[in-house]
Design a protein around this ligand. Structure first.
Ligand code: PMP
Length: 355
């Protein structure tokens, strides 16, 4: 017998994150985590915040994360009232769906993109329309210039790894003066151009970033948004109605320290980028077609081997990559850039199947 609430539950299609295998030392290339630990200054900051006795944990954190926002604002040359922080960029995106995207006029996002976007749209009853990326998986800005209830793109996009130049992002924002344009820059530090400089010029641009990828802090759950103070105010209103303490004390201290250690951040990004190029070359040598990537992952396909089967066989060797059973990309594996040793383990295993 169907009850109205069981129908509601059936309609909730949750996002399925990359597997976190309970193994001691898997070659984990399935969740776009950074293979290197965060800056030592982050670890020191967490210890300092905790103290010997954990005394501070008794107290609620700063609900406005003022110091963190000021540090990030200084880093980007913007003001603290143009910065929003939340519990991972997933939560920041959820608040953007609730606060800034119209519910009745369809919002636009690419057909191949971060699968949280359709999940949130359905969850929050936001009407949406997907826009096909081209044959090379590139986003075509012209396809987003008609009437819409908002635009959401990831730049670089996931899981394709393809990036648009800043001039194209500007064309997208300028061409949608009546809507909010959300640009998810989760992977921007691995070789794309950030659009943060545009927020001074365009009040309809919201940029979402994270410390999970380039700053190696996926475990702390800190995401950020940058935009005109009015957009940030809208996000704060939703946040305060949802949970006025989105970031715990340790997360605030850790993220702040991560932004204070620019040298570590730059060196870590450079290492990942070098390993990405090495991995892409290794895959190409094995006969894979590799989509050019501006991220810490690559999308690769082999003309003679089924991607799902390859993923399964790698898994048997405790090497984890991602295979999406989705239209247009089901022939591809999405492989996170690991350490060179992890990438070599992957290439060695693949060589035994396809070589
Ligand atoms: N945006 C994109 C495009 C992503 O791939 C991810 C990570 N899976 C996120 C946002 C969310 O990252 P986080 O919640 O860790 O900040």
């Amino acid at each position: 017998m169907s009850r109205y609430w069981s129908d509601i539950v059936q309609h909730l299609t949750p996002y399925v994150p990359g597997e976190q295998p309970p193994l001691v030392n898997p070659v984990k290339l399935n969740a776009n985590e950074n293979p290197y630990p965060p800056s030592p200054r982050v670890v020191e900051a967490i210890r300092r915040e905790l103290g010997d006795s954990g005394e501070t944990l008794r107290l609620y954190p700063d609900s406005t994360a003022r110091k963190l926002r000021e540090t990030v604002a200084a880093h980007h040359g913007i003001s603290a009232d143009q910065v929003f922080v939340g519990n991972g960029s997933d939560e920041v995106l959820a608040h953007a769906f609730q606060a800034l995207l119209k519910h009745d006029t369809p919002i636009l996002f690419p057909d191949i993109t971060y699968s949280f976007y359709p999940t949130y749209a359905r969850l929050y009853d936001v009407a949406y329309q997907t826009v096909p990326v081209d044959e090379a998986f590139a986003i075509r800005v012209d396809d987003y210039l008609g009437p819409n209830g908002g635009v959401l793109i990831a730049n670089p996009n996931a899981p394709t790894g393809r990036a648009l130049p800043l001039s194209e992002i500007e064309r997208l924002v300028a061409g949608n003066p009546e809507s909010v344009v959300v640009v998810d820059e989760a992977y921007v530090d691995f070789g794309a151009q950030s659009a943060v400089s545009l927020i001074a010029k365009y009040a309809n641009l919201l940029i979402v970033q994270t410390v999970s990828k380039a700053r190696s802090l996926a475990g702390m759950r800190v995401g950020l948004a940058f935009g005109d103070a009015t957009l940030i105010d809208a996000l704060n209103r939703v946040k305060d109605s949802f949970n006025s303490y989105p970031l715990d004390r340790l997360a605030q201290a850790a993220a702040q320290a991560a932004y204070e250690d620019d040298a570590w951040f730059r060196a870590s990004c450079a290492k990942v980028i070098a390993s990405r190029e090495r991995l892409s070359a290794g895959l190409a040598e094995l006969g894979f077609g590799v989509v050019p990537s501006a991220t810490n992952f690559v999308l690769a396909t082999h003309p003679a081997h089924d991607a799902g089967q390859l993923a399964t066989r790698l898994r048997e060797r405790e090497i984890f990559v991602r295979h999406f059973k989705l239209p247009r990309i089901d022939a591809y594996l999405r492989i996170t850039v690991g350490t060179d040793a992890q990438c070599d383990a992957l290439l060695d295993a693949l060589r035994t199947y396809v070589g």
